[in-house]
Design a binder for this molecule. Structure first.
Ligand code: 4NP
Length: 151
């Protein structure tokens, strides 16, 4: 199963989400490929934000090799599911998705909460975003391993 985590810049939330989900799915024995991308082009080629790297590394994730990229049309074909960090990312993805694409687009949090953008905040906002991401990633992993998430 191929999963794409999507936020705006691909330097804060979606890299953390990729790390958190990858680890949980691997631990659950789910055969999955997880990647991340941004709807915006602002940070293409950049590593994750240092504040996000610090929050992630304090919880045992190593995201330092990730580089930001922008969503491309092939993503809607190559990934089974696109997981948006907030409602704005979700809207942008739905708008960019061609009608014939069969991929599923939904929020990362199965309970439908937005993961707030920490970019204009401080370290505590990154910790809070990662708290929410880990909580959502736990629920997603349960859903996926019980095959409640299509396909
Ligand atoms: P992200 O955070 O979408 O979680 O990666 C942001 C990063 C950069 C910007 C906005 C949000 N920006 O406007 O540059």
């Amino acid at each position: 199963m191929r999963i794409l985590c999507v936020c705006l810049g691909n330097i804060c939330r979606s890299p953390m989400a990729q790390g958190a989900l990858e680890r949980r799915l691997a631990e659950a024995g789910v055969d999955a490929q997880v990647d991340s991308a941004g709807t915006g082009a602002y940070h293409i080629g950049n590593p994750p934000d240092p504040r996000g790297l610090a929050a992630a590394s304090s919880r045992g994730y190593d995201n330092s090799a990730q580089r930001a990229r922008q969503i491309r049309s092939a993503d809607f074909v190559e990934f089974d599911v696109l997981l948006a960090m907030d409602g704005s990312n979700l809207e942008n993805l739905r708008r960019a998705c061609s009608a014939d694409s069969s991929c599923e687009i939904r929020l990362f949090d199965p309970q439908g909460r937005d993961i707030p953008d920490p970019y204009y905040g401080g370290p505590a906002d990154y910790e809070r975003a990662l708290d929410m991401i880990e909580f959502a990633a736990d629920a997603l992993t349960t859903e996926i391993s019980e095959k409640r998430l299509n396909p």
